[in-house]
Design a protein around this ligand. Structure first.
Ligand code: DGL
Length: 277
């Protein structure tokens, strides 16, 4: 691997701003790597769209990132990871492509003591069935159920990550999995299968108590990316990486909502507006 390829950035793709949870995890884990983030804010949300539409958008976004010069692609968007990973790997041969589902599912398989794992995600991710398949692959015999939590996405984008309304909605989604059934029928692991859900983790922890393992696919994916870079000898030798942000619409909203997901300041001027469709 040439030094030139090693020093290229990693492309990170999401339907919008939520994938910044994955970008943040990558920054923490791989501070030397440069990252180029593309949020397809013009077509957000993906979580209510068909498999065909999501795959089509994911291919277009990947073309745009490849055109900037990347050494690997991280599909931060769970919905695209659920529907489009194989399409992307077939279409962009030679480009290492990592989705968030396999790493998250493997981590949940390890974290669950009783093998009773509930995945929460968007409607479209749930319909794909990719998370349960991946969990069963890593933990054969596990009992897996996935549940759509569509209101969580807009709640988080509104900054409603706690408080009475957020808690009531969370209890509504979690009741039949964790709160109402008798102890032995409850799930013992919650897998956060959507970019936005890590922002809700403190509230979910409080509701579920200490006995439920909560697994976040963003952080587990960052360590999978690190493994990939090491195995393919793609890790940069530079000291400090940079981040470039691109969006397909509304840089002002991108910069504002980013504050929910990352701790560093971001202004609209730092977000490049691009056309990919
Ligand atoms: N990024 C999406 C996901 O992880 C959530 C937002 C959307 O529906 O586009 O599934």
């Amino acid at each position: 691997m040439t030094a030139k390829t090693r020093d290229l950035p990693i492309g990170v793709f999401d339907s919008g701003v939520g994938g910044l949870t994955v970008l943040k995890a990558l920054r923490e884990r791989l501070p030397r790597e440069s990252l180029v983030y593309l949020g397809d804010t013009a077509r957000l949300p993906y979580g209510t769209k068909s498999a065909a539409a999501v795959s089509h958008y994911a291919v277009q976004a990947t073309h745009a990132l490849v055109a900037t010069g990347i050494k690997a692609l991280v599909v931060a968007d769970n919905t695209s990871s659920a529907h489009a990973l194989e399409t992307l790997r077939a279409e962009f041969r030679g480009l290492p492509v990592i989705g968030v589902i396999e790493p998250g599912a493997a981590a949940a398989g390890h974290a669950s003591a009783a093998g009773r794992i509930a995945v929460i995600a968007t409607e479209s991710t749930v319909q794909a069935g990719t998370y349960p398949r991946a969990v069963l692959h890593s933990r054969p015999g596990a009992q897996v159920l996935s549940q759509a939590c569509p209101l969580f996405v807009s709640m988080v984008e509104e900054g409603m990550v706690d408080g009475p309304i957020a808690e009531q909605i969370a209890r509504h989604y979690l009741a039949s999995l964790f709160l109402d059934p008798p102890q032995q029928q409850r799930y013992d692991c919650l897998l956060l299968g959507c970019t936005h859900f890590p922002a809700l983790e403190p509230m979910l922890r409080r509701i579920l108590g200490p006995d439920v393992a909560i697994v976040d696919s963003a952080t587990t994916s960052a360590s999978a990316v690190e493994d990939l870079l090491v195995h393919r000898r793609l890790a940069t030798h530079r000291d400090q990486g940079s981040v470039r942000y691109m969006a397909t619409d509304a840089p002002e909203r991108f910069a504002r909502v980013a504050g929910v997901f990352v701790s560093w300041p971001l202004t609209a001027a730092e977000v490049e507006l691009i056309d990919i469709g």
